[in-house]
Design a binder for this molecule. Sequence first.
Ligand SMILES: [Zn+2]
Ligand SMILES: [Zn+2]
Length: 318
Amino acid sequence: MPSGAFLIALVFAFAFSFYQSCKRESPETPQPAPPGEVVTEGRLVVYALDVGQGDGLLVITPERKTVLIDAGTPQASEAITSALARYGVQSLDLVIASHPHADHIGSMKRVIDNFPVRNFLDSGQTHTSATYERMLKAIQDKKVRFLKARSGQTFDLDSGVKIEVLNPSEKLITEIRSGGSVLNANSVVVRLSYGDFAMIFTGDAEFETEADMMKRGVTLRAQVLKVGHHGSRHATSGRFLDTVAPRAAIISCGGDNKYGHPSPQVLDRLREKNIQLYRTDLHGEIIISSDGKSFDIRPTREADLAAVWKGRTATQSE
Ligand SMILES: [Zn+2]
Ligand SMILES: [Zn+2]
C-alpha cells in the first residue's frame, strides 16, 4: 500500500474508533413511553399498582387467571381492593407474599377477607408483628391453601403462562452485609413468562439474593425487571442487571419515603445500561402487557425525564 493511502486509512480508522468510543460514553438516555391506550384483551397484563411506599402487583393472564404479588402497607388497602374491582377480579388463583414486611403484606388480610384465594405462596419466614399475625389468621379462617415457596416450583396458570420460583432456595440466606436484612434477602423471587416475554419480580431481594440466584444458575433473563427493594442501594448489582438483561425496569416506591428509595447509584446503573425506567411514585400505576412476542409498558401519569432519573437520599435507615 502506498504510504499516502495508508495514512488516510489510518486517520479514518482512528476517527471511527474515536466516534465509537464517544458513542459508548454518552448513550442516549432511555425514555419511558408516554401514557396511552392499553389493550388488555387476550394479553398477559401486569399492573404495578400505585400503593405508595411498598409493593402491589396484579397479574391477569389472557384466560383471566389472576395473581397478586404483595399487598402494600395497611394504608394501601383501598388502592389495592379498588384496583382489583376495577379490573374485574372476582377471585385470586395465587397470592404471593414475598416476605413478611408490612409494606408487602400490610393489606393481605383485607384482600383475603374480600376475595376468595386459591393458593397462598409464602417465603416461610415468620414475623412477630400484628400485621403478620392478622394475615396468618385470615389465611386459617378462610382455609386458604398455604404453600412455602422454594426455588424450582412452577405454577402453570393457563396456555403458556407460567410462574417459576427462583428464590428462596432450600438453604436460606443467613448472613447479610451491613445495611441489609435477612427477611428481605429471603424474599420470594419469581419469573413470570409467556412465550418470548418474561418479567422478574424480586420482592425486597438484596445483593446476596442476586448473587445466590446467579450462583445457582436459575433462569433470570427477562425483558422487564421489578427492581428489588424499591430501588435500595443494597440491591440491583451491575452483574445482576447484565444477567437479567432487562429492557425496562419498574420501581415501586412512595413519593414521601425517607429511606432514599430509589438510590441514585441504582438509577445510574440502569441508565448506563440503557434500561427504560418507570416509577410508581412519579408515573402512578404502570401497566405492562404482552402477547407473548413483544411487550408494551404504559404509565398512567406523565413524568419529567430529569425527575425520573433523580434518586433520593436517605434520612432514615431502611
Ligand atoms: Zn419493601
Ligand atoms: Zn422488606
